[in-house]
Ligand binder design. Structure first.
Ligand code: FES
Length: 116
């Protein structure tokens, strides 16, 4: 992601994240951090192909992503760990993006959608 674009978004109070879809097309999302969204909701609001079937309860696995940047994210809950254990495509950098809150700490986050 362009450093200038990141800085500009941050100056006006937006959190910028980059999402690679399943065709490796990059989508840059600019999200206000103060409206209580998680990354799954932000992806859906930007019409990315994430189902979010359980509404963000860590119960469906449909918001599975791989974290490509080196952001220090909040630890996984037991529920998230259990759901990731059930998915065939889980890797070391897997997360359920409904469990990642949009706030300043994830500015510049880069994720890739896992296979369906
Ligand atoms: S939306 Fe169901 S696990 Fe994230």
């Amino acid at each position: 992601m362009e450093a200038a674009r990141l800085e500009e978004a941050q100056e006006i109070g937006l959190v910028t994240i980059e999402v690679l879809d399943r065709d490796d097309i990059i989508h840059t999302l600019e999200i206000p951090p103060d409206i209580g969204l998680n990354v799954m909701e932000a992806c859906k609001a930007n019409e990315l192909p994430i189902l979010g079937t359980c509404g963000g309860m860590a119960l469906c696995g449909s918001c599975h992503v791989y974290v490509l940047s080196d952001h220090h994210l909040s630890d996984k809950s037991d529920e998230e760990e259990e759901m990731l254990d059930k998915l065939y495509s889980t890797k070391d950098n897997s997360r359920l993006c409904c469990q990642i809150r949009v706030d300043e700490r994830i500015h510049g986050l880069r994720i890739k959608l896992a296979p369906e």
